[in-house]
Ligand binder design. Sequence first.
Ligand code: TEU
Length: 576
Amino acid sequence: QPSHEWWKEAIVYQIYPASFLDSNGDGLGDIPGIVSKLDYIQSLGVSALWLSPIFKSPQHDMGYDISDYRTIHAPYGSVEDVEEMIQGCHQRDIKVLLDLVVNHTSHEHEWFQESRSSKASPKRDWYIWRDAKYDSDGTRKPPNNWASIFGGSAWTWDEVSSQYYLSLFLPEQPDLNWTSKEMREATYADMEFWLDRGVDGFRIDSMNLMSKHPELPDAPVVDPESEFQSGSLYYASGPKMHDYIREMRLKVFDKYDCMTVGELGFTKDENSVAQYVARDRHELNMVFTGDIVDLDFGSQHKYGPGDFQLSKLRDITNMWQRAMPKCDGWNAVYMDNHDSGRSLSRYASDHPQHRKAAAKMLATYLSTLSGTLFLLQGQEIGMANIPESWGIEEYIDVEAQNYYKAMIKQRGEGSDMSDVLKEMRHKARDNGRLPMQWDSSKHGGFTNHEKPWMRVNDDYIDWNAKSQENDDQSILSHWKRILQLRKDEKDVFVYGRYEMIDVDVSGKDVFAYTMTKWDGAKRAIVLLNFSTESQTFYCEGKYEGWRQLLAGHGGMKMGASGVKLGPYEGVIYCNW
Ligand code: TEU
C-alpha cells in the first residue's frame, strides 16, 4: 500500500503574479490581488499555490533574475503582504510554495556586485569566472563553445574584472558556483528566511543545472551552422548534483514539513530521474521532467516545426506512471506552465466548437493520474493561446524576441516569417503568461489601468471566470467536480495503479487506461477522445455494466458493445 503524504495529495495551482490580478491599477498583478482571490482559489478545490518569483528583481526574465531573495519586487507588494497571503492561505488549508531560483541570480544581486568587483574579491568564486581565449589573430573568444539557452554565447565578458562569467540564461542571470560552500550556506539561509515565515515548500528552478562538469569542456558540434552549441551534456545533472540536493535536504528541508519539486531540464530518462525521486534516496519529493510540455518541440529547436502526436503523450504517460511505483518514487502531473503554450490550444482544440469539451477532457486526463497535480492559472476556465491575429509586437518574452530577431538576421529583413510566428503561437512562453480573464469587463477585469503590462486575450468576453462560476456545465464547474472526485477517490487516482489499454483496443485517437486501488477492490477506466470525430470504444464485454463517474452524465452504465465518445469527450467508468 503506498504511503500517504500531504504533498502527494496536493493539488497545486500555479500563479503567475504579474498576470493574476492587479489590485492597485498599475497594470501589473500583485500580492494583494492574490489575497483578494483566495476564496475563488479555495472554491476551485486546490490545496496549494505555487507562485512564480515575486522577489526583488530588475525583471530581465520576469523575476527569474533575483537581486534580493528577502525583499519583494515593489510593484508586487511587501514581505508583510506575503505574510498576509500565507496566513490567508493557511486559514483555508492551502499551502504556499515559492519559486526557489538558486542556479543563478540577477547581475544586480549584491553577491554578484561583490564578485565582479575584483579577482581578489572574497565572493569571486561564488560565480563562475574564466579567462578569455584568443584566436591566432588576437580576437577574444569565450572560454568554451556553449550556447546560452536564450540565444548567443553562454559567457558574458566583464570589462570591470577582465574575465568572462558563465550565464546559461541571460547575461543578466550569472550562474552561481555551487562548489563554493559559503555560497551554498548563504542560499540555505535565504531558504530558511521564507520557511520561517510559514512557506510550505519550493519549486526549485533549473534545479539540475547547479552542478556543472568541473572542466566546462566544449560541447559536441550538433549544429554546424551555429557558432555556439548546447552544452547540456556538461551542465545538466553534473557530478555533484545529488550531493547538493542531499545537503540542502539535510540542512534545510528536513527541519520543516515542506514539499519540494525540482525542475529537471534535459534529464528525461527513467533511471536518472529515479535517482532524484526514489524514496530511499532522500532527495526531492518530485520533479518536473518537462517532456509533456516539450512534446511538440522541433527536433533541433523549441520553435522548429513540430506537431502534437497522441502516441507521444501516451508513451510519456505510460513511462512515468509505471516508473514511479518501480522506484518507490513520486512525480508531478502537469501539462501547462509559464514556459510554453497552453495544452488546450496545442494538444487539443481551442476552436469554439470544441473548446469546452477539449478543456474538460484534458482536466479529466490530468485529474485521474497518479502523482501530484499542478495546474496553471486560467487552465480551470479553458484559457487559450495568443490569437492568430496578433503580431510579433505583442510577444514580450525575451526568449521569443531573441529567437525572432535571430531568425530575421538569418533570413534577412523583410523575409516571410509566418512559419516562425506559427510555431510561436503554439509554444512561446507568452502564451502561458496572458493575464487572467476574470469577467467580461474591460481587460477581462484583470486591471483598471488603460494598458495592462501584457495584452489580454481578445476572447475574454466569452471565456472568463465569472461567466463560468454559475454555469453547471462550464469548464470551471467540471474542474471543481473532478478535483473533488480525485480527493474522494484518492486511492484509485492519486495513489492508484495505472494500466494502459492497448491502442489496438482503444483505437489510435482514443487514450484509454485503467486506475486500480492497491488492493484491487476498486477500478476505474478513463477514456479520452483526442479527435474532432466521434469514436466508439468497444469494451468487448470487459467493462460492461460499469457505472459512469461524475455528475452531469447521469451514472449511465457501459453497454456490452462499449461506449460512444463525442469529439474531445473524456469519460470515466468505475466498477463500484
Ligand atoms: O526554466 C528553465 C529552462 O530550462 C527554460 O529555459 C525552459 O527550457 C524554457 O523556458 C522553455 O522555453 C526556468 C523557468 O521556468 C524559466 O521561466 C526561466 O526563464 C528560467 O528557468 C531561468 O530562470
